[in-house]
Design a protein around this ligand. Structure first.
Ligand SMILES: [Zn+2]
Length: 297
């Protein structure tokens, strides 16, 4: 009996605090799950801000992490089409398969921009269901956060009240931050910008920036020098204030165009971890706005 009590004393605190394993495909969803899940979740991010989320290798370490996950949080809309299905298949974890509560796709909770009128793979190898880079608009993060909080409560009902409380606290802080960002961003309204890849369509739509040209000839296709020369010529008649790229993208096309046209090339953190200041979701947007405003005198 004494032995059993000692055994229980050793085990109970551990099992009472067993955190829910969350596998996030991208750092923004890892950060959001951390805001809402707190100490009740243990989060693994499959990628960093310096990796191209369209092109990830389905490494054995990722498969091992997915095998022990209770919840998989990914973007969807075919962003991870080259690697997530392989992970789901090879991990063999029934709880996180599409259609199960353990599988969460952020794009399901947000209206997508740039839905193609007709599906034609010749238009490029990504974005066939609409633009998946939804997290660059903080209002989308609020939408996904509400859905993610409800999902965490469904999977882990013991901590449902904690997820609800943290979710409401985050939503309140986030709305305050959005109002602050929108005031700061007023000088950006209607400013023309060039983008390397359509990574920032939601950010631009939110702030009223105008995308006048995309450097990639098709989504996911690296521009040739000939194509960039045509873009430079186009910018002579319709100039832009800056050319934007995400830190994970090659600096060469934006830098080439910057040298040719004199407009600044601006690297945005794109997601959490993409710069020193972007160490959480709040820092991500603080830093993004600073970098945009610096390019618009
Ligand atoms: Zn993309």
């Amino acid at each position: 009996m004494k032995r059993l009590l000692v055994y229980l004393a050793l085990c109970l605190p551990v099992s009472a605090h067993a955190a829910l394993n969350v596998f996030a495909c991208e750092p923004e969803w890892a950060a959001l799950a951390k805001e809402i899940g707190g100490d009740d979740v243990k989060i693994y991010s499959a990628t960093t801000a310096f990796q191209d989320p369209h092109r990830i290798e389905a490494r054995p370490s990722l498969i091992a992490q997915m095998r022990r996950a209770a919840l998989v949080v990914c973007t969807g809309a075919e962003l991870e089409t080259g690697w997530l299905p392989v992970l789901l298949r090879d991990a063999g974890n029934a709880a996180v398969q599409p259609g199960r509560p353990g599988y969460f796709e952020a794009t399901r909770f947000v209206p997508l921009l740039e839905k193609p009128a007709r599906l034609d793979r010749a238009e490029g190898d990504v974005h066939a269901q609409g633009n998946p880079h939804i997290h660059t608009d903080p209002r989308n993060i609020a939408r996904v956060g509400a859905a993610l909080g409800a999902r965490l409560a469904e999977i882990d009902p013991v901590h449902a009240a904690d997820y609800r409380a943290r979710g409401e606290a985050f939503a309140a802080r986030w709305q305050t931050a959005i109002a602050r960002w929108e005031i700061r961003a007023a000088p950006l309204r209607n400013q023309p910008v060039a983008v390397q890849h359509k990574s920032f369509s939601y950010l631009l739509a939110w702030l009223g920036l105008r995308e006048v040209v995309t450097l990639e000839p098709k989504p996911g296709v690296e521009p040739s020098v000939g194509h960039l020369a045509r873009v430079a010529a186009q910018l002579q008649t319709a100039p832009a204030k800056m050319v934007l790229r995400a830190v994970y993208q090659s600096p060469r096309p934006a830098d080439w165009l910057s040298q040719r046209t004199g407009m600044p090339a601006v690297a945005l953190p794109y997601t959490v971890g993409g710069s020193e200041r972007a160490n959480d979701l709040f820092g991500l947007f603080d830093d993004t706005l600073d970098r945009l405003l610096k390019a618009v005198p």
